[in-house]
Design a protein. Structure first.
Length: 639
């Protein structure tokens, strides 16, 4: 019986029916294509056993003058510097009280402390560090009080609650699996004091949200973000996702809370120092105080604020205004004859969504238009011009630059820019956008995996509040594939050896390492599969008989002693039909046969008008790559 070579089209295609996609792949998970052939993706391991608090949506690796590798980690509640796997909290402070402004009260038998601080300005989840407190007289000692706490409940504008815990336990030391795990200290009958007249409270900037909430009125925002019964102040997205932008300034760091303040961190001051407001630096002049994004232009060394407060109306945000500092200056923002500082305002759209630096220019996305911002030199410094109108972009983190090409996810399509804007043909478009949580679109994050010529987008499916799926464009093979995996931030290799991603479990993961899922201990196997569309003989007018297959599979670099992949061949008579066989013929609709390193030939007993192939694996310490299997199939005479 002759063998037919199975050669499938590159990539997954869900834009047509499976029957129409004859000779192509129709479904898959945890696979990628390389030089046209599918293979299982590599694994991931924890970058560190330590975890962070909140949802991380911003990562930035850079190197200091001392050759220290640092990673900026922006989460919904903190901003950290990760060095060697350890997390140092550099979250800026918004206020520090005067001595005696804060008082405590405790209830016997309870570990909840009530804190009074008039007009504290805090919201649930905020962090405050107390100092100068004296013992309340019993179990609540000075050591218990004088440490950092997270506010668990806001009673009113002057009062909130924290939970007393063991003295000398830092927030980082009790952060386990992305959550706080304290040992509580309960007040006794002797705890009748108020902490004394020297208590100082240092409040970090208000925490953000890890979920976008839409609507207006009471109940639209998350619980306890305001006083009971209070209404929201906006009719649209009243509490949007906490997003950060950040960029190195030499060895130092600029960070910005989206629609919030701009801050500066001095690397030479060490990891125990916090970032400070940019306008608090010595010599600061007309510095913007609120922005959507901050960026340092590598080519000309200007600091640029997007969607910021104009020079003429400080503190009043204009979502379409761009301001830039004088060259080589963090502090000189006043546009005068002796500086290169200035201001631009975009005209098309309602807000700046994001800006992305390429080799030749800075691309600025509004919600409707793509602009190019270019350095012109004195006296104008920068010029800006519209490249394309009527585009869309999903989120501030949904664009990625690679090889001077920019790829991004729009509302219902994907785009690419390499001199002109084009819609990117996508064979899985409906699969992605027909099962997409529109209310959480801000969570979409893109990332480049240059080693494999890939751009990844992680997004929330329709039934999930969190990112749980991904879609990949392979720009070398020009094909698409997808799968199930949640990552909230991603940076490619470069400063780091491997791509690094953040997960909702509070850990950073190095990708392209090993073959397994390192989120568990010990690591667990990654289940992967690729499923083809049906194949028939000729024009599909004949039934086929299948009895053998020569597998073409590589287990190259696999560390498992006994790797195994399942080859499942299925047959059917019609696209929506099932095969009905007589018992005496002993035919089945699907046969699954394992393939190992010793397998030379697979045996089947199948008959039908169409056949499809599914290759899958669920074993640990293994990888595989599929080639072009040969299958023995011949017409059986039936039509």
């Amino acid at each position: 019986m002759p063998y037919a070579k199975l050669q499938f089209k590159t990539g997954i295609n869900r834009e047509v029916t499976s029957y129409t996609n004859e000779g192509g792949w129709y479904d898959g998970d945890k696979i990628r294509f390389r030089f046209g052939f599918p293979e299982k993706i590599k694994g991931w391991v924890k970058q560190s056993p330590q975890s962070f608090l909140g949802s991380c949506r911003a990562l930035l690796p850079w190197v200091t003058l001392n050759q220290d590798k640092l990673i900026g980690v922006g989460t919904s509640v903190k901003y950290y510097i990760n060095q060697g796997g350890g997390y140092s909290d550099i979250t800026p402070l918004r206020a520090t009280t005067t001595a005696g402004a804060v008082t405590f009260s405790a209830t016997t038998g309870d570990y909840v402390l009530e804190v009074t601080d008039v007009a504290h300005g805090a919201v649930e989840g905020d962090f405050v560090t107390f100092s100068g407190a004296a013992s309340l007289g019993g179990n609540i000692t000075a050591g218990v009080l004088n440490q950092e706490y997270q506010i668990v409940n806001v009673v009113d504008a002057d009062t909130y609650h924290v939970e007393a815990r063991l003295a000398g336990t830092t927030i980082s030391s009790i952060t386990v699996n992305g959550e706080l795990d304290p040992t509580y200290v309960t007040a006794n009958s002797s705890d009748s004091g108020d902490g004394g007249a020297s208590v100082v409270g240092a409040y970090q900037i208000n925490t953000g949200l890890d979920t976008t909430v839409f609507g207006a009125g009471w109940g639209a925002g998350p619980w306890s973000r305001g006083t009971w019964g209070s209404a929201s102040t906006s009719s649209l997205a009243i509490n949007t996702l906490r997003l950060w932008s950040h960029d190195p300034y030499g060895e130092d760091l600029l960070i910005n809370v989206r629609d919030g303040g701009i801050y500066y961190w001095d690397a030479s001051a060490g990891l125990t120092t916090r970032a400070v407001a940019l306008n608090s630096l010595a010599g600061s002049n007309a510095t913007p105080t609120i922005a959507k994004q901050i960026l340092v232009s590598d080519r000309d060394r200007h600091t640029i604020a997007f969607g910021c407060d104009p020079e003429g109306t400080p503190g009043v945000q204009d979502p379409m205004t761009i301001r830039f500092s004088s060259q080589e200056s963090l502090t000189q923002w006043a546009s005068t004859a002796t500086t290169t500082a200035g201001e631009l305002r975009l005209g098309s759209g309602s807000e700046i969504v994001c800006a992305l630096e390429t080799r030749q220019q800075i691309l600025v996305f509004t919600d409707t238009t793509l602009y190019a911002m270019q350095y012109l030199g004195p006296p104008f410094t920068f010029g800006v011009g519209a490249i394309s109108e009527s585009i869309s972009i999903r989120s501030p983190n949904s664009a990625a630059s690679v090889n001077d090409m920019v790829f991004w996810m729009g509302r219902n399509e994907f785009y690419v820019y390499g001199g002109t804007v084009e819609r990117l043909p996508c064979t899985v478009r409906d699969y992605v956008f027909d099962n997409f949580n529109e209310g959480q679109a801000e969570k979409v994050v893109s990332g480049v995996n240059a080693t494999n010529s890939e751009v990844w987008w992680f997004y929330p499916s329709a039934t999930s509040e969190n990112v749980d799926r991904y879609v990949v464009y392979n720009y070398l093979d020009q094909c698409w594939y997808y799968g199930n995996l949640g990552r909230t931030a991603w940076v490619d290799r470069g400063v780091l050896t491997n791509p690094l991603a953040a997960s909702a479990d509070g850990y950073l993961y190095e990708h392209e390492v090993g073959f397994d899922d390192g989120s568990t201990n010990p690591a667990s196997a990654i289940s992967a599969y690729i499923d083809s569309s049906p194949i028939d003989i000729g024009e599909g007018d004949q039934f086929m008989f299948i009895d053998r297959m020569i597998p073409d599979l590589s287990f190259e670099n696999t560390t498992s002693a006994n790797p195994s992949v399942a080859f499942a061949v299925s047959v059917q008579n019609y696209p929506f039909g099932s095969y009905s066989a007589t018992t005496s013929q002993n035919f089945t609709r699907t046969q699954v046969v394992p393939v190992t390193v010793a397998t030379e030939l697979l045996f089947y007993r199948l008959r039908g008008r169409q056949m499809s192939l599914k290759v899958s694996s669920s074993g640990a310490d293994m990888t595989w790559r599929l080639g072009s299997p040969r299958v023995s199939m011949r017409p059986d005479g039936r039509r």
